[in-house]
Design a protein around this ligand. Sequence first.
Ligand SMILES: NC(=O)c1ccc[n+]([C@@H]2O[C@H](COP(=O)([O-])OP(=O)(O)OC[C@H]3O[C@@H](n4cnc5c(N)ncnc54)[C@H](OP(=O)(O)O)[C@@H]3O)[C@@H](O)[C@H]2O)c1
Length: 342
Amino acid sequence: MNLMNRQWLLARRPDGPLSNDNFEYRELELQVPQLQPGEILVQSLLFRCTPAMRTMMKANSQFMPPMTVGEPVVGSASARVIQSANPDYPVGCIVSALTGWQDYVVLDANKMPPVRKPDDVSLEDFEGILGGNSVTAYFGLLKIGEPQPGDTVVVSGAAGSTGSIAAQIARVKQHRVIGIAGGEEKCAWLRNECRLDAVIDYKSEDVEQRLGELCPDGVNVYFDNVGGATLDAVIENMAPFGRIALCGQISSYDEGNALAQGPKNMMRVIYWRLKLQGFLGFDYPDEMEHALSELRQWHSNGEIVTRLAIHDGFAELPTTYRRLFDGSHFGTLLLRNDQADT
Ligand SMILES: NC(=O)c1ccc[n+]([C@@H]2O[C@H](COP(=O)([O-])OP(=O)(O)OC[C@H]3O[C@@H](n4cnc5c(N)ncnc54)[C@H](OP(=O)(O)O)[C@@H]3O)[C@@H](O)[C@H]2O)c1
């Protein structure tokens, strides 16, 4: 079988804010080989735009190997199995897989088993409430933040995919929750739909000063998605023995090869006996099933709302992806493959 495979390649590494010139479009005829036992051929349906991909475009990518210039951009998607030599992944099932920015790819599903979408879960919920960002929020808040009764929890990137879930879990657990986000529309959603106790618009307000007003007794738990100046502002307002769950540092990703810088005021960390800890969303495999079941229940009860920003058209992938860094998307950022049946 021959298939026309559209691809977006990393054409050159960005040495400043990402532009569409960093990517190159290509169409290739894919001659699908005879699948080896364990292999599957998948068609990408919904491309996931994740901030971590931006760090992998840098030559000094730390956690995952850097992307290769001239190769398809590395990223994951929901994808449909269209040929299979693996009984665990029959034709027609939908998986979450590392497809890269292309229509089709052959994967060895034994080597790196993709997560299969349960039949009773919609594609939207698979990407939203049951997606990787939701479990990241769940474990980061509850395992690293360890909020205690009466605690005040602050979340940055609060209107985003991960942040909005972390903030709402804190509310479900009856903590006082303050979200930090950019712009009135996002702040209004956090106030009205996510029902947070207070919201700070970092684009128009002084975060350090507002936190001082809102939290005279200090912040007990901070779920940090952005780092940089916001992290500094929250540290100035932490309560003694506060916990900071370091989820991400997005404020520094869309820069050259600079690595994210640490907080300015380390003496405050010492004197206030603060704990800062990084974590990854898949650190708790044994508790994943329980986390997913709680998330699903809170979502179906209406206790947690989700929002997806689904853009259309493979041609728009670079432009859509860049929205992560100017905040001009609202919700879990996805791009629908216009040539696939979703
Ligand atoms: N540790 C893990 O396992 C793990 C897993 C998933 C994600 N993460 C991290 O979680 C964070 C959020 O990821 P996500 O996928 O949920 O994305 P997201 O929050 O849905 O989207 C990114 C948001 O970041 C905000 N932002 C962008 N540049 C910023 C800047 N310079 N300063 C402040 N805010 C900025 C924007 O919101 P505003 O409009 O409010 O500015 C933007 O909408 C990222 O740091 C990511 O690396 C970590």
